[in-house]
Write a protein that binds this ligand. Structure first.
Ligand code: GLC
Length: 448
């Protein structure tokens, strides 16, 4: 590597480096914003009461359907809760096309209803004359007014259907079921973070937070409702709050956004929104890294100054490539070379090129994990749980597959709260929890 190259690469890596001091400032600001969201409507972090009150015992029983919309696929599930923390689940995935994600909401709802219909037919559940109760995991900011009513505040994660913002999303889907004579009642509308928390709590009742680190990024936790000023219902209970924390710091007070983040943000369909999510979630990390690569290419420090048509395309550098590159420990970084040359058609790459790309991926990935720990430190601080045992149930491809993500989060947590506090916090993988969680919540709702 030439000296000029080293200087240029270090400069880019520095732009992604977040000091411990900065992490502490982010946590302080996060706590302030959380409290604003609990005090009044319309705050940056929405802090939405989920109407899921009380904890599960694991003894819940019965059969329910669940839907999961909001990541890469639509999942339709049939869940049987057996009690004693046990359950069985049958499920089917359906691909949601880009056209459906950005077309009229009615088309999306009709598609979902058709998937449910074919699932019921294939699984022989459609002959039943009883109404089937369903938990609808709809993983977007929905301002709930009851367990099965809520209005979509805005779209996130690349969805942008017309005729949905400001509408009750349960009514829209229930309408499609009715038109198609499908005997299903939406008993609950559920955010994926809330579903993940409930699903994990079914086996581990002491679970305190549910977190998604996948395509998107968000979290939920148990709140003492007497502390929620904007809440006009029963103040004596505990309720799960869907934070919608991906929206944190849209005012750009503390998040260390750099030129590569700004470029990605401008090209996204929700410009200036979800800035915290955009620095952490799987949907965006590849694009940020691509922007950093293009900068070094334009300065003639990478790939001999030459990009490719593929690499020039927005969103062409997937976050999954970063995981592969980060674990590539071969002498010639051959997996990295394969992605760059065979997948992205860069004519030829040297070992130095591959090393530079690996450093960029690492810088973006480490920053994401460090920033991702701030919201956990914030919740622990706000709820007075720093230093207490606590389980954080986490689902999502980034947490499951991105190399070292959990460890880097842990180190950042230790930097902010201290080693002793970190040792009390357990990050557990709660794979595919939201289907089970939605079924549990549908059961609680149906009982009421
Ligand atoms: C986005 C959505 C949020 C969801 C998260 C994870 O942030 O707004 O509702 O929980 O993605 O899927």
């Amino acid at each position: 590597m030439t000296e000029a190259q080293t200087v240029a690469v270090n400069k880019v890596v520095d732009a992604f480096t977040v000091s411990d001091d900065r992490l502490s400032k982010i946590v302080q600001q996060f706590v302030i914003e959380m409290e604003k969201g609990l005090d009044h409507q319309g705050a940056t972090i929405a802090m939405i009461p989920s109407f899921v009150a009380g904890r599960c015992t694991g003894d819940e029983k019965g059969s329910f359907m669940a839907l999961d919309l909001g990541g890469t696929n639509l999942r339709v599930c049939h869940v049987t809760l057996l009690g004693a923390g046990e359950h069985t689940i049958r499920q089917q995935k359906y691909i949601v096309s880009e056209e459906l994600k950005t077309g009229p909401m009615r088309h999306l709802c009709d598609f979902i209803a058709d998937c449910v219909d074919s699932f019921l037919t294939e699984n022989g559940t459609s002959e039943s004359h009883e109404v089937i109760q369903l938990g609808y995991t709809f993983s977007f900011p929905v301002l709930q007014t009851s367990i099965n009513r809520g209005v979509l505040k805005q779209w996130t994660k690349g969805f942008n259907c017309s005729g949905a913002v400001g509408k009750d999303v349960t009514i829209l889907l229930q309408d499609s079921f009715r038109r198609k004579n499908i005997n299903v009642n939406i008993a609950a509308i559920v955010n994926d973070t809330v579903g993940t928390l409930m699903a994990y709590a079914y086996k581990h009742p002491e679970t305190t937070m549910g977190v998604i680190m996948g395509t998107g990024f968000n979290a939920s936790y148990y709140e003492d409702m007497s502390k929620v000023k904007k809440w006009t219902g029963n103040k004596d209970e505990e309720m799960v709050i869907n934070m919608e924390c991906g929206a944190f710091d849209c005012e750009r007070r503390v998040l260390p956004m750099n030129v590569y983040d700004n470029k990605m943000d401008r090209e996204s369909i929700n410009v200036h929104q979800q800035l915290y999510e955009k620095m952490v979630a799987g949907m965006y990390l590849g694009e940020i890294t691509r922007n950093a690569m293009l900068d070094l290419i334009d300065q003639q420090f990478l790939f001999n100054g030459e990009s490719s048509n593929d690499l020039n395309k927005n969103w062409s550098f997937e976050t999954a490539y970063m995981s592969t590159i980060e674990v590539d420990e071969s002498d010639d970084l051959s997996d990295t070379g394969h992605i760059l040359e065979s997948v992205l058609s860069i004519p030829s790459t040297t070992l130095v090129d591959r090393q530079i790309v690996k450093r960029l991926c690492n810088a973006v990935g480490v920053r994401a994990a460090r920033l991702a720990s701030c919201h956990i430190a914030g919740v622990l601080t706000h709820t007075g749980k720093v230093g207490h045992d606590c389980i954080v149930a986490i689902d999502g491809s980034l947490f499951e597959f991105y190399p070292n993500f959990g460890n880097n989060m842990g180190d950042a947590l230790a930097a902010v709260l201290g080693e002793q506090a970190r040792s009390k916090v357990k990050f557990d993988l709660a794979r595919d929890g939201s289907g089970l969680g939605a079924a549990i919540i549908a059961m609680i709702a149906a009982k009421k």
